[in-house]
Structures are given as structure tokens and as C-alpha cells.
Design a protein around this ligand. Structure first.
Ligand code: PGA
Length: 256
């Protein structure tokens, strides 16, 4: 079963509306004629809430999806500072990053909250990119698989088996994020294989179709190797996605 690769840029808290417009114009110019073609992966930009509408408008119907970086599980309610799935949809957003390690570390995001957010995103028609990954201490203690089992198991506990294939899982070891220290091909394939086996235990069909990305210090110099890995179907790119030239180069390395 061939899975279509996905390369998603996670902008984090970078870029104003004006910077968003400029970036998209540059990216579109760089990939002119190739967008939507068989030589590029599916592309998504995960932008700050304030840039969502401008990004969708600037993309202008071209095949570059616009994703958010978080959402609340309720459609509306007294939750100051939060944004819901229907609000994202109205902006033209088609997916959302959930459970990024920065949200877990700095904003108290829990696996329990993710168990509500992932099904809420799916029910709204959004594609969730669920981020999981072990810390350096967990890896050193030999707890990588235990950590992944817990994170994946809990976050997907409220998703029906026949909906699992719509989830994208990003394996992002915390020690590789923003450090310039990408995990090795062996470490990545081992974790992706393990994650796919966790999904397999619930649904064979979903395990064949669900996409697993790698994230953590992906660059134009080390991306091509990722796309060779059997269980890796793309990348979630932080720092290198902030520059349209670098992001375009990474996208091109996924071709074929
Ligand atoms: P990085 O970030 O590519 O800058 O390491 C990845 C991420 O946080 O998704």
C-alpha cells in the first residue's frame, strides 16, 4: 500500500501576517509548475492562528494545506484564549498539530487532553498530526518504547478503529527538536516501525495507510535519507521550514 508522503512545516510562534504572505508568494514561485504534481509530496504549513486566514487566502486554492498548531476539543465554550475546530475550519484550515512537545513541556498538554482533541479534530474533518516522542532521559533509561506506547495508546484511545488511518503521527524525539541533532536513520525507522505495530494491534488496514512522519532537526541536507525509510512517510520540519528556499528543497527531496 503506497502512502502519499507529507511534508509539513511547523512555523511555531514565527511570522506575522505580512511575513506569511511574503513567504507563501516565494514558496509558490519556487515550486511553480510542480505543485500538485507527482514529483512533490503533499505539503502543509502549520502557521500561527493569526496567520491562518491570510495563509489560506494567499495559497489561493493551490495544493498547499494550511494547518493550525493547537485547538480545544470543545466546539465552543468559556475557555479564554482557546480556539476550536469549527473556528479553524471556517478559516479554511484543513488540519492541526496536536501534542507537540513544546505544548507538552511549556503549556501542560497531557495525553488525557489529547485523547479528547484527536477525535474532536477528526469529527470536524481536520487532519490531526499527533506528535509523540521520548525525552533524552527516557531514551537513556531504555524507556523509548514504553513512552511511545503510552503516548500513542492514550491519544488514540477515543478514535474508532475505522478512523485511525486519517491520523498522521509525527515521531519527534524531544532531544532532536531544535538541537541540530537529528536522530539516526536506524533510530527513526525503529521508532516508526514500533508506532506502526501499535496501530496494527488495533487495525491492519489503518497500519497500512496511516502516515508516520519524523520531526527533529530535519534540514535540506539530511531530509532525503528519511524518505528512503520504509515506515517513514514524510517530515515535520521546524526551523528549516521558516525559509521558503529550504522548505522547497526539503519538499523536493521527498520526490520519487
Ligand atoms: P526542528 O523542529 O525542525 O526545528 O527541530 C521540529 C518540530 O518541532 O516540529
Amino acid at each position: 500500500m503506497a502512502r502519499r508522503p507529507l511534508v509539513a512545516g511547523n512555523w511555531k510562534m514565527y511570522k506575522t501576517v505580512e511575513e506569511t504572505r511574503r513567504y507563501i508568494d516565494q514558496l509558490v514561485a519556487l515550486l511553480d509548475g510542480e505543485l500538485g504534481g507527482p514529483n512533490l509530496p503533499e505539503l502543509a504549513l502549520c502557521v500561527p492562528f493569526t496567520s491562518l486566514a491570510a495563509a489560506v487566502e494567499r495559497v489561493g486554492g493551490r495544493p498547499i494545506a494550511v494547518f493550525a498548531q493547537n485547538m480545544h476539543h470543545e466546539p465552543e465554550g468559556p475557555y479564554t484564549g482557546e480556539v476550536s475546530a469549527p473556528m479553524l475550519l471556517e478559516c479554511g484550515c484543513s488540519g492541526v498539530v496536536l501534542g507537540h512537545s513544546e505544548r507538552r513541556t511549556y503549556f501542560g498538554e497531557t495525553d488525557r487532553a489529547l485523547a479528547l482533541k484527536v477525535p474532536a479534530a477528526l469529527a470536524a474533518g481536520l487532519t490531526p498530526i499527533l506528535c509523540v516522542g521520548e525525552s533524552e532521559a527516557q531514551r537513556e533509561a531504555g524507556e523509548t518504547e514504553r513512552t511511545l506506547r503510552h503516548q500513542v495508546g492514550e491519544a488514540l484511545s477515543g478514535v474508532a478503529d475505522d478512523q485511525l488511518e486519517r491520523v498522521v503521527i509525527a515521531y519527534e524525539p524531544v532531544w532532536a527538536i531544535g538541537t541540530g541533532k537529528r536522530a539516526t536513520a536506524e533510530q527513526i525507522e525503529e521508532a516508526a516501525f514500533f508506532i506502526r505495530a501499535l496501530v496494527e494491534a488495533r487495525s491492519h488496514r489503518a497500519a497500512e495507510r496511516l502516515r508516520i512522519l519524523y520531526g527533529g532537526s530535519v534540514s535540506e541536507d539530511n531530509a532525503a535519507e528519511l524518505f528512503e525509510l520504509q515506515n517513514v512517510d514524510g517530515a515535520l520540519v521546524g526551523g528549516a521550514s521558516l525559509d521558503p528556499q529550504r522548505f522547497a528543497a526539503i519538499a523536493r527531496s521527498a520526490r520519487g
